[in-house]
Write a protein that binds this ligand. Structure first.
Ligand SMILES: *[C@@H]1O[C@H](CO)[C@@H](O)[C@H](O)[C@H]1NC(C)=O
Length: 333
């Protein structure tokens, strides 16, 4: 399409040299935009003629795939093919088009709007374009300092994070006197939201203020942390730990001793119990032996009683026999 136009233009140019007087102009310098604010991307035809009947196309020449930012054609805006992220944020002032002004208003600028734009204007008889570079300045979030632990030598590990900057900001650590401290590790990531930075440092100063400062041109954001003069002494921690362990060992020892003593007492009681049981058995045996003896003695007694009573009977018989004899003796006399 452009090729056909170009061919057409060359042919037209030969026949009508008047069209060569027109050119599309913008800014030589890049346009600075501030994230969140609106920006005008300048583009106009010189000398000024109305572009109302022309085709005005704004596109991103630095992007590979879809490139359309804003299209004006057949007296109206046609943004069906527009890049998604520009939806509802672009505007051409139609009165200005009459004056040859095809500047694009881009509202609530984002970091992702940074890049190279082309303003392409085409009439039946000619076309031209101009490149407009846009750089976006975004002031990020205030830095956040995180205490990321301490080491054996009492050093305090600090980490400072901040995100949403564009272009890349400068992050630095400062002590109470404002002297720069060099970061241990530095990380920078870039996404559509801008740059995020993370620096770490190990601090040995006590009772001091440490600042994390982020600068971008004349913008500056800062956060501070106050390190206490209490040492994060790992020695003390281990003493506390050792004491705790010692106390635990002592308690455990006492418990074990108590258990052992209880066990020993229990054993003694058991022994005692067994002895008593044994004695009880002995006594039982003695008792049954006594009972046997008692039974035997009773037998003896009853036997003696029997003997005695039979003796008695014999004697009684003897006695009555003698009395009988005496009676008969008297009668004989
Ligand atoms: C072109 O139009 C824009 C608004 O779309 C305006 O801000 C700008 O001042 C105009 N430029 C000139 C040179 O008139």
């Amino acid at each position: 399409m452009k090729f056909i136009c170009l061919t057409f233009l060359i042919i037209y140019g030969i026949t009508d040299s008047r069209s060569e007087q027109y050119e599309v102009v913008g800014f030589v310098d890049p346009v600075f935009a501030v994230a969140g604010e609106d920006v005008i991307l300048p583009c106009s035809v010189k000398p000024s003629i109305s572009v109302e009947d022309m085709r005005v196309e704004w596109f991103r020449s630095d992007l590979k795939d879809s490139q359309l930012v804003h299209l004006y054609e057949d007296h109206e805006d046609g943004n069906a093919e527009q890049i998604e992220s520009y939806r509802g944020r672009t505007e051409l002032t139609h009165q200005e088009l009459e004056r040859g002004n095809a500047s694009l208003r881009l509202s609530s600028v984002r970091v992702s709007d940074e890049g190279r734009y082309k303003c392409f204007i085409q009439s039946k008889s000619w076309y031209d374009d101009v490149t407009v570079d846009v750089s976006v300045e975004a002031v990020g979030r205030p830095p956040v300092i995180t205490v990321d632990g301490f080491d054996d030598s009492g050093g305090l590990h600090l980490q400072c994070d901040s995100e949403g900057w564009n272009p890349e900001p400068v992050l630095e650590w400062l002590n109470r006197e404002g002297v720069r401290l060099s970061s241990e590790t530095t990380e920078t990531h870039r996404n559509t939201d801008g740059f995020s930075v993370r620096h770490t440092i190990t601090v040995y100063e006590r009772n001091s203020k440490i600042h994390c400062r982020i600068r971008l041109r004349h913008h500056m954001l800062e956060t501070q942390i106050i390190t206490s003069n209490k040492r994060f002494n790992p020695g003390r921690t281990s003493i506390i730990l050792i004491s705790a362990v010692f106390v635990l060992v002592v308690i455990a020892g006492m418990l074990i001793a108590a258990c052992v003593r209880k066990n020993r007492e229990l054993g003694q009681l058991n022994n005692e119990n067994r002895k008593i049981e044994r004695e009880h058995d002995d006594l039982q045996k003695e008792k049954s032996r006594m009972q046997q003896e008692c039974g035997r003695l009773q037998n003896v007694r009853s036997r003696i009683q029997q003997e005695f009573s039979s003796e008695h009977d014999q004697l009684e018989q003897e006695k009555s026999r003698i009395q009988q004899e005496m009676k008969t003796g008297k009668e004989d006399k």
